[in-house]
Design a protein around this ligand. Sequence first.
Ligand SMILES: [Zn+2]
Length: 227
Amino acid sequence: MSSMLKIDRLIRSKRKTLSLEILADGSLQVRAPQHLSRAQIEAVVAQKEAWVRAKQETARRVSRAHVQPGIQAGDTFYYLGQPYCLALVEQQSDSLILDGRFSLRRSDLGQAAELLRRWYTHQAQALILPRVVRLAAQHNLSYRRVRITRAHTRWGSCGVHGSLNFSYRLVMTPPAVIDYVIIHELAHLQVRNHSRAFWQVVQSLLPGYRDQVAWLKQNSGGLARLD
Ligand SMILES: [Zn+2]
């Protein structure tokens, strides 16, 4: 009998061995050598079924834990890669302040997600927009316009006419990761797809970008979604 496990993403390369990875959203990614047939790959995956299912269960539980709508005191929110605890306070000038922790006016708890999103969007506009201008100028790349969006799952995108979009959530990640995502989208101005040529452009603009890719893979599941 063939496995009922779904391979969400199959990446073929010159590697010699097959590897299975469960991503933060619980999807299964398989990297395989070119010569293996689909049936051979599925056979290996089937042998690992118990392991895959256990890992998927854990990943989905963790990712569900971060999409809970109810925000509470003690929850952790990231800003520039650093975790800050959310505290409720009775009185303060603004609804939400970051001063070593996120302090939220208790009477505004019902709109916590919206207030946090607005706060992150504001920071994203102040930090990411000038950074795009600077990195584009530094590498002599020109784009049409840049915007901060409410995208929850994509960190950035590059439209066909050269419009760059970045999620407000990107300021939850460390500055080096922000730079990588900006460079990634700027590189799409030269190469639209994710071909080898594309990654060569990224590599030439930002050697060491793989560390930031790894950071995102490891940590993005733990960053709040405020939708
Ligand atoms: Zn891309």
